[in-house]
Every structure is written in C-alpha cells, then in structure tokens.
Design a protein around this ligand. Structure first.
Ligand code: DHB
Ligand code: FE
Length: 324
C-alpha cells in the first residue's frame, strides 16, 4: 500500500483540533504533549500501514492491561522505569550529586505502611518452610563514609515462590515488608528468607506483549529498598543476589553491576547462635551511601500511586490535625 496522508494539511489541522489548540481551556503542557503523542502515532499508522484489525487488537490489549492494573507491570518491561532512572542519573550528575549508591527502579509492588522497628526486624512470618534463612545487614553512610544514625530503611521482597504479600492474598499482612531505622552506628539488620526470582504471570496481558517481542518476563532474585534521612537525597534501589540465571537478563532492566551481591552461606553453629538463628543461613551485606541535598523535594520519594499510600497520607494528615 502506498497511501500516505500524514503530511496533508487536512491531517495536520485535524491533529491541532484534536489536541485542543483552538480551545481556551485546559493545560498548555497537556495540549503540546498530546499533540506530539498523537502526531507520532498517526505517523506510525501511516508508515506501517496499520490495519483496522491491528488497531482494535491494540485497543483490546490496552483495555485488558488496564482492567487488570497491569500498566505498572508492563512499564518496567518496556524500559520506561529504567529510562526515567537514566534521566535522573544524568540530572544528578549535572548537579554534581554523585558518589551515592546507584538507584534502580521501584517496581510496582511496594505497599506503604509496613511495621517499623529500630535497628533490627524480622521480615518473614516463618511460614515459608522451603526457604533458606537470610541475614541481611549493612551500614547507611554519607558519601564520605560518615555513618547516618536513624536513617530510614524500607525493605520489601517476595517469598520463595516469587510472590509478594498483599498482591498474594495467601500471605500474612506485610510479610517481608518492614521499615527499619538505622542504629546509632547507622546499621540496619533484617532476618528474613532468601527470595526467589519473580515472573510476570503466564498468559497475563503483560506476558502477551512480551511474548510478541520474543521476550521473557523473568526477574532475578532481588530485594527492594527505600532509604532516606534528613538532608540526604532519597534513594530507591534494589540488590540482586548473585548467581541467579536472570541476574544479567532482567526483563525489568533493573540490574546494575554495583548492586549485584554475593550472599555468603554460613554453616557454623556458633555464627548462627550469635545471631539467634537455629541453623545454617546466608548472610547478605549491603552498605548504602547517600548523597547530601538541601532540596526538600529530593529528600522524599517521588509521588506515584502506591498500594495503601493514600491511606497513609490520610492517617498522617489526621495525626497532624489531631496534634493541633
Ligand atoms: C515487576 C515486578 C517486580 O517485582 C519488580 O521488582 C519490578 C517489576 C513487574 O512485574 O513489572
Ligand atoms: Fe520486585
């Protein structure tokens, strides 16, 4: 087919009209972005001779993704989360905010409001009997090496089947989700279990998109972190446990060389007893360096829709109102 209409005045006028350029109200930024977005898609339809059937298949897929709230899952798979990280890295480099532990994507499975503890917390509820015990510890420091006592360390990860509590209703509330405030030396310690890798649910709309690209939906075993402290830049990151077949083949593009950590398997009874453990365990050590910033916006995680986050906002607003 050789029909090409994109460049015609009629189509260009049409795009201006769809984008509200001839209307008073609305947002200028929304209009400009929508105009670019629709123009690129209209051109794509012209260039690839997209058929009616292909177009409506795509609409159907978008409906399926939306109705199963899977856009947050597909987004890392299509590289948007990592691309936004690459941009933030470049923004930080330009502002000379460098030297901290590298960031990597948050993923879609955080739940706000996990129980809080000082220095130490057990993350798992003890029900995952197939799992190996993990002793996860580290120190939060300034990029100069000065410890940051009281730093807030939020940790979340999945179980030995690759499932996250809350999204997996068979698990107890906040299983493998805790907030630990670092001790007087900036140290945090968590007892938990070694998580397994994670896979996008088979046959789900996200899986349909990835399969069409000849790709898999697997992530290596990983542990998520939010780390923050007053006067420091909030850090969203993850560690990947070394030795997973997907460590360097992550469908969500979250792996960074500096964040791959080799767990140390320890059989010694004395070492186990020192930590109050009953048997062999794997120790994972992850020290974190934060960059200083005076910007209040950079000291907190960016806004996005998160499970239970609104309730938390409402609860903290209520608490601050109650104090007045
Ligand atoms: C996805 C799942 C994760 O556990 C994660 O960390 C990142 C992405 C996902 O399903 O897209
Ligand atoms: Fe994850």
């Amino acid at each position: 087919m050789t029909v090409k209409i994109y460049e015609t005045q009629a189509v260009q006028d049409f795009l201006n009209s769809i984008s509200g350029f001839d209307q008073e109200g609305g947002s200028e930024r929304a209009k400009k972005i929508m105009h670019r977005f629709l123009s690129d898609l209209f051109k794509l339809i012209d260039d690839f001779d997209v058929t009616q059937e292909e177009y409506w298949t795509a609409v159907n897929l978008l409906n399926a993704l939306g109705s199963q709230t899977q856009f947050g899952l597909l987004s890392p798979g299509l590289g948007f989360d990592h691309y936004l990280d690459m941009r933030q890295d470049a923004i930080d480099a330009e502002a000379k905010r460098t030297g901290s532990t590298p960031r990597t994507i948050e993923g879609p499975l955080y739940v706000a409001g996990a129980p809080e503890a000082e220095g130490f917390a057990r993350l798992d509820d003890g029900s995952d009997l197939d799992a190996e015990t993990m002793w996860l510890t580290g120190q939060v420091r300034d990029i100069d090496g000065t410890p940051i006592p009281g730093a807030k360390v939020e940790i979340w990860h999945c179980n030995s089947k690759g499932n996250y509590s809350f999204f997996d209703p068979t698990q107890s509330e906040y299983n493998m989700r805790r907030t630990i405030y670092a001790d007087s030396e900036g140290r945090y310690t968590a007892r938990s279990i070694i998580p397994s890798g994670y896979g996008v649910p088979e046959g789900a709309p996200t899986d349909v998109v990835l399969k069409a690209l000849g790709r898999h939906g697997e992530r290596p075993a990983h542990i998520h972190y939010f780390i923050s402290a007053p006067d420091y830049q909030h850090l969203t990151t993850q560690i990947n446990l070394a030795g997973d077949p997907y460590t360097f083949d992550d469908f969500a593009f979250a792996t960074r060389e500096e964040l791959v950590i080799e767990g140390k398997h320890i059989e010694s009874v004395a070492e186990a007893e020192k930590r109050g453990l009953e048997g062999p365990f794997t120790e994972v050590i992850f020290d974190i360096e934060l960059a200083k910033t005076e910007s209040a916006d950079l000291q907190v995680r960016h806004k996005r829709a998160r499970a239970k986050e609104d309730e938390q906002d409402a609860a903290s607003q209520l608490a601050s109102t109650a104090k007045v």
